[in-house]
Design a protein around this ligand. Sequence first.
Ligand SMILES: Nc1ncnc2c1ncn2[C@@H]1O[C@H](COP(=O)(O)OP(=O)(O)O)[C@@H](O)[C@H]1O
Ligand SMILES: [Mg+2]
Length: 274
Amino acid sequence: MNMPVDEALNPSGSPTGLGHVAGDAVDISHGTILYLDDISVSFDGFKALNRLTLSVDVGELRCVIGPNGAGKTTMMDVITGSTRPDDGTAFFGQNIDLTRLTEPEIAHAGIGRKFQKPTVFENHTVFENLELAMKADKRVFASLRAQRTAAQLDRIVSTLETIDLLAQADLPAGLLSHGQKQWLEIGMLLMQEPQLLLLDEPVAGMTDEETAKTAQLLHSLAGQRSIVVVEHDMEFINEIAATVTVLHEGSVLAEGSMDVVQSDERVIEVYLGR
Ligand SMILES: Nc1ncnc2c1ncn2[C@@H]1O[C@H](COP(=O)(O)OP(=O)(O)O)[C@@H](O)[C@H]1O
Ligand SMILES: [Mg+2]
């Protein structure tokens, strides 16, 4: 058998060339990147998610808010495969059934998740952190080009520009401010070229200036990829002015622009207060 290396590693023949070894590329031809339908998750009889239905468009920046215990983190756990729903369906694009994939397969399919606490390698430089993130990408290994190529160097530099850490490239990550570490971690996710980014409270603990800069960063990232961000900071959500979904007791309580959501009586009652 004399198959070209790329084809042998990628028998499904995905159009990206580098190849999604675990399966096909996500099909976004219908304009929807994420579709959760009637998802329920119970923990010892308690419904953390209760028939949750939510869909996110390609390129959208979606904010999810809601009181503590509303099910926001559980929703992200379902999307990334760390929690299995008891009921309902979860699709990435038209074709990828998230409930049938393992966590690494879901990451590999193109969903990146940032947890609240930054987890950068403090003893490595900013540059090295991005390089390590790229090498952790199975698609890069699959291409059998373990050495850094000019194209890969370009990607690292352009990511450094995106997250505004070019001047800090050679600094150990441990010396960055809290906000800069959060941006670096977003940069590390970007190195894997996710189509959908999930961010859990990205501006928690940031200064006002850092928060404003993060809003700008997310704006610049949306469009080419889709972003779902869970946040409590209403000023931040106002700044990114995206569609807001309010979760309460495991279901969608309200959805729409910030104005619509903020003037919704039920939202005021359970979340915003009077
Ligand atoms: N692994 C678990 N075991 C038991 N209960 C859980 C577990 N994970 C979450 N819960 C419960 O589910 C509800 C929703 O939690 P969570 O998704 O973390 O809410 P949020 O992120 O909106 O604050 C909470 O009442 C929480 O205590
Ligand atoms: Mg949470």
